[in-house]
Design a protein around this ligand. Structure first.
Ligand code: F6R
Length: 604
């Protein structure tokens, strides 16, 4: 997804902007650009593809002394990924970078074209800079022109604009897309659409609120809120832990993140378990007062963790639970009743569709909770309550440790609610607490297992499709396994409830149909086993994952024996992640940045 950086200061602006963009690479992009204003002149560079292309183009460009600069990584929405469509976009004497969507751009563009303005790109963004320059002609100052422009555009945005008419200043606006400003002791100012580019540069950061706009120059940071009232910046110390954002010797971020799961789940659990209960200090116990239903809403992998949660909430907390895909929920006039706790789940906390459903729930006066990995993200700031998953920065586009920590939180939360509702005996909860403590060891990757999956992966590089099948909570896990494979191998894969195969998909069964069968010993084993036998009898190629040997399988991945189905769930999760990874590696794909995907989907 698009990323923004900005810089005001005396160091090598080009390098600071490019380094910042590199930190945003993991979000996914298809072109990039920078514009630097120094001594009254702009230098602008854009390139399609990876940042290395932009580095090549800027290799002879040197900045010395004071300059201001803006940069952008673009993930195409309006217009193809071309150099002309890459940001920053130029007016006559100003440049703009923008994340989000300008909904009324077509109307504005029509008017500007009628005024004789020439457009170079097919983007919605370009109208911002032309509209600004149109307003500049009749305004007292560049800031007046910028404020007027903001009133004329509709949509979601984070914007940085630099103009020759005020060459020491960057104008900013935030409305629906994330943006922050950072400062350090040297008097430098930095902008970015997430805090990673500012680690090691800024000491403190201010996260802008929706509706904030203003300007920053070497001596001041001027912020107006959505009501156009001047407000003070709210600076917070920025964590300087860059180490956790590196690959640590692994081939890919995704691989590192799979291996990290044991540690991050230990962090997720930390301080949240006593011997007999789950403790969420961040939750007010009254959150569940008067609540008769939990509605979970999310996209993609987070949706799969929500589906897993629905099994846990109904089984343990005995509370009615429904699960919604955010992009569907938004537009179907849903019934929102006050006795529902509305829970959104998101790694990034910025996913546009999920964020929008949270706003809907707030408007309907529902109690809201977010399960999120990114503190200070839009969802965290908006929801009434928040539980952070503590997975650390997830750089691989295919989500792994975020999912693992989400499911961990949900298992804990189901016990927390069970206690509040008296739906489980104390001894049962105590037993579950002991099981929760075992998750970190059940997700540890053994060399033996990884080697086995590497060897096995060579048999699964073709075929006409994969079915990942499971029952109960292993059905959402099957969905997640299929999504992981699709995302990074580009092979067709579907997740299906094992018991549903005979209602249609079994017609596809032949040796070229690969079935990845989840056969947990402690959850409906016999039933799942007979579903797999039906497929085996029709000659589908079967890869079974279980702690119990299964002779009807072509391939068998043996997991450790454990005492509970949730521990089997976590171990199988790791197997599915590694299988997808090794298949992708053999196919020569970009594991961390798969084609067409973005880490954080901030457009609908
Ligand atoms: C899959 C993946 C996506 C995200 C989805 C929601 O590996 O990463 O499906 O899960 O885009 O993102 P968040 O969780 O940030 O709201």
């Amino acid at each position: 997804m698009c990323g923004i950086v900005g810089y005001i200061g005396k160091r090598n602006s080009k390098e600071i902007l490019l380094d910042g963009l590199k930190e945003l690479e993991y979000r996914g992009y298809d072109s990039a650009g920078i514009a630097v204003l120094q001594n009254g002149e702009f230098s602008n560079f854009k390139a399609v593809g990876k940042l290395i292309n932009l580095e090549e183009k800027t290799k002879d460009f040197i900045t010395k002394g004071f300059a201001i600069g803006i940069g952008h990584t673009r993930w195409a929405t309006h217009g193809k990924p071309t150099e002309l469509n890459a940001h920053p976009h130029l007016g006559e004497s100003s440049y703009v970078v923008h994340n989000g969507i300008i909904e009324n751009y077509a109307v504005l563009k029509k008017e500007l074209l009628a005024d004789g303005v020439k457009f170079l790109s097919q983007t919605d963004t370009e109208v911002i800079v032309h509209q600004f320059e149109k307003n500049l002609k009749s305004s007292k100052s560049a800031f007046d022109a910028f404020s007027k422009t903001l009133k004329e555009i509709d949509g979601a945005y984070a914007i940085l604009l630099a103009t020759k008419s005020q060459p020491d200043t960057i104008f900013f606006a935030k409305h629906g897309s994330p943006m922050l400003v950072g400062i350090n002791d040297e008097g430098e100012k930095f902008f970015a659409s997430s805090d990673t580019p500012l680690i090691g540069q800024a000491k403190e950061v201010n996260y802008f609120e929706d509706g904030d706009f203003g300007y920053v120059n070497p001596s001041e940071i001027v912020i107006f809120d959505k009501g156009s009232n001047k407000r003070k910046a709210n600076f917070k110390k920025l964590s300087q832990n860059r180490l956790s954002a590196q690959k640590d010797g692994f081939r890919f971020f995704m691989e590192k993140e799979i291996y990290e799961q044991s540690d991050v789940i230990a962090d997720t659990l930390m301080g949240r378990l006593s011997d007999s209960e789950v403790i969420f200090d961040e939750l007010d116990k009254s959150l569940f007062d008067g609540i008769n239903e939990i509605k979970l809403c999310a996209c993609g992998t987070s949706y799969h963790s929500a589906l897993s949660a629905s099994y846990l909430f109904e089984r343990y907390s005995k509370i009615r639970t429904s699960v919604e895909i955010a992009s569907e929920f938004r537009y179907r006039d849903p019934i929102m009743s006050k006795d529902t706790l509305f829970v959104v789940i998101s790694q990034s906390g910025e996913t546009a569709d999920t964020l929008e459903t949270l706003k809907m729930a707030k408007e309907a006066n529902l109690k809201t909770l977010v399960i999120c990995n990114v503190d200070n993200s839009s969802m965290v700031r908006l929801a009434d309550s928040c539980i952070l998953t503590r997975a650390g920065i997830e750089k691989g586009v295919a989500s792994t440790k975020a999912f693992a920590t989400q499911v961990t939180i949900f298992w804990m939360l189901s016990l927390y609610v069970a206690k509040l509702r008296n739906s489980m005996k104390k001894e049962e909860i105590t037993k579950h607490i002991l099981l929760l403590r075992e998750i970190p060891s059940s997700v540890k990757v053994s060399d033996e297992m990884h080697e086995k999956l590497t060897r096995l992966s060579k048999r699964y590089l073709h075929g006409h499709g994969f079915f990942f099948i499971g029952r109960d909570i292993f059905y959402p896990l099957a969905l997640e396994g299929a999504l992981k494979l699709k995302e990074i191998s580009y092979l067709h894969a579907e997740g299906y409830p094992s018991g549903e195969m005979k209602h249609g998909p079994i017609a596809l069964a032949d040796p070229e149909l690969f079935t990845i069968a989840l056969l947990p010993e402690h959850m409906l084993y016999e039933k799942s086993r007979s579903n797999v036998e039906e497929l085996s009898a029709r000659d589908s190629t079967i890869c079974a994952i279980s702690s119990l040997e299964f002779d009807k399988a072509d391939d068998f991945i043996e997991i450790k024996k454990s005492s509970h189905y949730m521990l089997e769930f976590f171990e199988m999760m790791v197997v599915l992640q590694l299988l997808a990874l090794e298949i992708s590696v053999r196919l020569g794909n970009d594991v961390d940045m798969p084609r067409n995907l973005a880490k954080s989907v901030t457009v609908e």
